[in-house]
Design a binder for this molecule. Structure first.
Ligand SMILES: N[C@@H](CCC(=O)N[C@@H](CS)C(=O)NCC(=O)O)C(=O)O
Length: 149
């Protein structure tokens, strides 16, 4: 049995989708990250970074008692290796799959998360300042106090 420490964000859903796909039995332990559920000493022993998702595999292939895995990319790789599914055996195809996995966790995921967090701030942003920051306008366009060129 696998415990999935879960929040319904894309990172959490990646793991629930993978668990459904490989057909391993699991149970969901839900967290409300806005209430700070992740900041307990118990969860810190599963993920010292206090982020979701994380899993605890009570029957790891290498024995020795329960095994905790955090970071969605590491969890996906663990599930693939445990079941022999999801990752191609062919070394060339395996390399391609790991490239896309790394792109998702290191590129798309953080960019999407940051974009989502900043969108409300951007809406309130001064239009001239926005132009100066994002469209290459001269700093003087940003208004009083900006250094002249
Ligand atoms: N790189 C991590 C990102 C984990 C992450 O940022 N999780 C968010 C939810 S998607 C979280 O737990 N936020 C709560 C917090 O930062 O306190 C992964 O891929 O698992």
């Amino acid at each position: 049995m696998i415990d999935l420490h879960f929040v319904a964000t894309p990172n959490g859903q990646k793991i629930s989708i993978a668990l459904e796909e490989v057909g391993l039995p699991y149970r969901i332990i839900s967290y409300d990250i806005f209430e700070g559920d992740q900041h307990t000493p118990e969860f810190g022993r599963i993920n010292p970074n206090h982020k979701l998702p994380a899993i605890v595999d009570h029957d790891p292939p290498f024995g020795g008692g329960p095994h905790a895995v955090f970071e969605s990319g590491a969890i996906l790789q663990y599930l693939a290796e445990k079941t022999g599914q999801l990752l191609p055996k062919d070394p060339r195809q395996r390399s391609v799959a790991i490239q896309w996995l790394t792109w998702q966790v290191a590129g798309l995921g953080p960019m999407g998360g940051t974009g989502g967090a900043l969108r409300p701030l951007r809406a309130r942003e001064d239009p001239l300042r926005h132009r100066a920051l994002h469209k290459g306008a001269r700093p003087a366009d940003a208004g009083a106090g900006a250094p002249a060129r």
